[in-house]
Write a protein that binds this ligand. Structure first.
Ligand code: FRU
Length: 483
């Protein structure tokens, strides 16, 4: 039985998956590697699973790329195109280099050891050779020392690595990916610091599309928060980076959340997208360390979010990260409904007879007349997932307390909400529903809520309600089946 297997979100063919790894674009292909335990549906000795795609939507599963070896199991990391053959691995041609964490124990002890290593591929990721000089970076200071994300820094003409180091990140640089020099450390009292930092990323983006005004975004996942009801989550920082040191624009205490749901973790961005594409595309593991090992799926476990294009937007004098589902997802669409300037009551009547399990909805309503608006998805007599707007608090929420199977972990049946920082005349909700997830992009991606749900296959109803007897005004409603 595979009732929760998503229609259009990436999942492993079988067994366990967590973080996306080694995301790189090369020779017309998007590569997605991932943390994988091929012998069970819970974590075990980690490998890098592999898939390739021409569009980030249709994926082809490939054989396992990296197996554990004498240096340990293979934890998270990144991959780059070594265009100039700085490593000397490729006889002057471009090739792929994976930079990952080897995780093991100091021989003869129970002490965990994490060290960074390389593997390279001369055949577009089909086969990989581990570098004979592994590991290339170790530490006698940090026990948590993992998840290298590497990129080329044009300003200093060298490679930069951002690495998770406990409750901080460290930045290193290198001319050849083999020898690394420490640059700086960032973290501790910055942002959310009540759990171990994992899977960082660092990249520049233009502000409001202005290439003359660029800021650096640092993404940091925060795990190990067993005592917090919400579990693991992802934060980001905005600042400047000179190739060595990151300077946070905001006061150290500012916490910026990348997602207000429970199920967006360990996300990073693709390397080496062509300059003419110009996008920075992000993908994350759609689960939470709180309950990832007990979700009610059969024979496989965990999915990725939809790929999201990232941008920076100024809002009330502050800069915020915005996320949009990539346009490639439109190839999945079958149009079901398109309405303009109508009442919620009218729109609800059009939805009443529909049954959809995997779909995309774009709903825009006039906030002035809106009062409280509620969208129900994956609904039946006994189940529903509710996406709502509370006008008094200018707040969007996602309620999965009656979404289906909820009892597998005590913190699963919750309501997630985000208070919008700015008032706006229109409230826009762009919603992606699949067999076991809901992703809500609010007001062009200024806030996102990503949550898993496990509804009955029969819970496919839809509804629109408000606190004005259906009198609230919809600017637009579009509905697409996704297959
Ligand atoms: C994040 C993480 C990483 C680590 C990997 C191990 O989910 O804990 O820090 O490299 O998973 O699977």
């Amino acid at each position: 039985m595979d009732l929760f297997r998503p229609i259009y979100h990436f999942t492993p063919e079988k067994n366990w998956m967590n973080d996306p790894n080694g995301m790189v674009f090369f020779n017309g292909e998007y590569h997605l590697f991932y943390q994988h335990h091929p012998d069970g549906t819970t974590p075990g000795p980690m490998h890098w699973g592999h898939a390739v795609s021409a569009d980030m939507v249709n994926w082809e599963h490939r054989p396992i790329a990296l197996y554990p070896d004498e240096n340990g199991v293979i934890f998270s990391g990144s991959a780059v195109v070594d265009w100039e053959d700085t490593t000397g691995f490729f006889g002057g041609k471009p090739g792929l280099v994976a930079i990952f964490t080897h995780h093991d124990k100091v021989p003869g002890t129970e002490r965990v050891r994490e060290r960074q290593s390389l593997a390279y591929s001369s055949d577009s990721g089909r086969s990989w050779v581990k570098y004979i000089g592994n590991p290339v970076l170790e530490s006698d200071r940090f026990i948590d020392f993992r998840d290298p994300k590497v990129f080329w820094h044009p300003g200093t003409k060298r490679w930069v690595m951002i690495l998770a180091t406990g409750r901080s990140v460290c930045l290193y640089h290198s001319a050849n990916l083999k020898e690394w020099t420490f640059g700086s450390e960032f973290g501790h009292n910055n942002g959310l610091n009540d759990g171990v930092w994992e899977c960082p990323d660092l990249f520049p983006l233009p502000v409001d599309g202005d290439s003359a005004h660029t800021k650096w975004v640092m993404i940091v996942s925060v795990g190990g928060r067993a005592e917090h009801a919400e579990g693991s989550l992802t934060q980001y920082f905005i600042g400047d980076f000179d190739g060595q040191t990151f300077v946070n624009d905001n006061p150290a205490g500012t916490v910026l959340r990348l997602d207000y749901g429970s199920d967006n973790y360990a996300g990073v961005s693709w390397s080496d997208l062509p300059a003419e594409d110009g996008r920075r595309i992000y993908l994350a593991w759609m689960s939470n360390h709180h309950y990832c090992t007990v979700t009610p799926t059969d024979g496989w476990r965990s999915a990725m979010t939809v790929p999201r294009s990232l941008a920076l937007a100024s809002q009330s004098g502050s800069i915020r990260l915005i996320q949009k589902p990539v346009r490639e997802l439109e190839i999945l669409r079958t149009p079901i409904l398109a309405l303009e300037e109508t009442s919620l009551r009218e729109a609800h009547a059009r939805l009443a007879d529909l049954n959809l399990e995997s779909f995309e909805m774009i709903a825009e309503f006039h906030s002035a007349e809106a009062s409280d608006v509620v969208i129900k998805v994956r609904a039946s007599d006994s189940q529903q997932t509710v996406i709502g707007y509370k006008s008094e608090h200018n707040e969007i929420y996602l309620d999965r307390t009656r979404s289906g199977l909820i009892g597998f972990q005590e913190n699963f049946a919750v309501i997630h909400s985000v208070k919008l920082e700015e008032e706006s005349e229109l409230i826009k909700l762009h919603v992606f529903v699949d067999r076991s997830s809901v992703e809500v992009f609010v007001n062009d991606g200024i806030a996102v809520i990503t949550d898993l749900i496990f509804p009955d296959t029969a819970a496919t109803g839809l509804g629109l309600y408000d606190s004005k007897d259906g009198g609230a005004k919809l600017r637009r409603l579009e509905l697409y089946q996704l297959s």
